[in-house]
Design a binder for this molecule. Structure first.
Ligand code: UDP
Ligand code: MG
Length: 309
């Protein structure tokens, strides 16, 4: 017998909880045949609706279901981490509760694990049903990450992933406070098989992400896995020194040889505005990293549990 832990982060998902359970347990015959025991961990990320109530209903029917309830909303990253920490399985899989990560893919994923892969990850090849601007910026983000970070990050990668205990322990050994799981998966390495599928639209409820949250998330991702932005400041500084030097030469030559009077305050104002703008921008980048370092040294817990069944 081997144990499979299924980690499901939920934030205000009362409509999806039971639906997900029904879809997942369609795999029961497969689990039985392959002698896989199941442990289903719903991580309630401080939901304000009836999510906890719905999960408790399931717990009464099925002892394989568990809940870990946070004291407030800590975000999906924290929920996934809590799930990994609490899981006891030989295999661990993370899934969204909204059925965008089809549980019917599990048998195929297990095939690859038995073939010797350490993890089976999924990515969607289409972004059907998603707002076009979101897709556009998501693509740009992965493109940029590929350029500035040494860590491999796959475009369209979902957090839906089946892993062996060995890989889970590797991920748990990364105790950083600013967690960006998509990067962490790549960073720990191991042999990964990628499965592709068409995007599935959310079964019930609404996405918990808006444009602003995604923007902040992508900045977190960049600063967590690349220090390239810090280089920008140095390069822009050098570039401006070169421009300044050329202009000094130009102005002196013009005055001494052609006798032109020095004129033009507008150009001066433009230059001052632009350079101070760039300086603020670079200070901002610096501030991002400083803030991250500040949060890390505080060593605050990644999540707080209110209730656990
Ligand atoms: N989620 C969470 N905490 C949050 C936001 C989302 O646990 O603060 C969960 C949510 O319940 C869902 C998963 O993360 O199971 C993915 O969220 P969503 O479907 O809203 O994201 P999208 O699919 O639009 O990227
Ligand atoms: Mg979703």
């Amino acid at each position: 017998m081997s144990l499979l832990s299924v980690i499901v982060p939920c934030y205000n998902e009362e409509e999806s909880v039971a639906l997900f359970y029904r879809e997942l347990t369609k795999n029961d015959p497969f689990f039985k045949e392959k002698e896989i025991e199941l442990e289903l961990l719903y991580i309630d990320d401080g939901s304000k609706d009836g999510t906890v109530r719905e999960v408790k209903k399931l717990i009464e029917q099925d002892p394989r279901v568990h809940i870990i309830s946070f004291s407030r909303n800590f975000g999906k990253e924290a929920a996934m981490f809590a799930g990994l920490e609490k899981s006891r399985g030989d295999y661990v899989v993370m899934m969204d509760v909204d059925l965008q990560d089809p549980p019917s893919l599990l048998p195929e994923m297990f095939e690859y694990i038995w073939q010797g892969y350490d993890s089976v990850a999924t990515r969607r090849v289409t972004r059907k049903g998603e707002p076009p601007i979101r897709s556009f910026f998501a693509r740009r983000f992965y493109h940029l990450m590929k350029k500035i970070s040494q860590t491999e990050m796959m475009d369209g990668a979902r957090d839906y992933r089946l892993m062996t205990r060995q890989m889970v322990d590797a991920i748990l050994s990364m105790r950083e406070y600013n967690r960006f799981t998509k990067g962490i998966f790549g960073w720990v390495g191991f042999r990964t098989k990628w499965l592709e599928y068409e995007n599935v639209e959310r079964a019930k409820g609404e996405t918990k992400w808006n444009f602003w949250k995604l923007l902040v998330y992508s900045i977190d991702g960049i600063t967590a896995f690349s220090t390239a932005p810090l280089l920008i400041a140095s390069f822009v500084g050098i570039l401006f020194c070169v421009i300044a030097f050329l202009m000094i030469v130009f102005i002196i030559v013009r005055k001494l040889i052609f006798g032109d009077p020095v004129s033009g305050w507008p150009s001066l104002v433009c230059i001052i505005l632009m350079t101070s703008g760039i300086q603020f921008f670079c200070t901002g980048i610096l501030g991002q990293y400083l803030a991250k370092a500040y949060m890390e040294v505080k060593r605050r817990p990644i999540y707080l549990v209110k209730e656990e069944i």
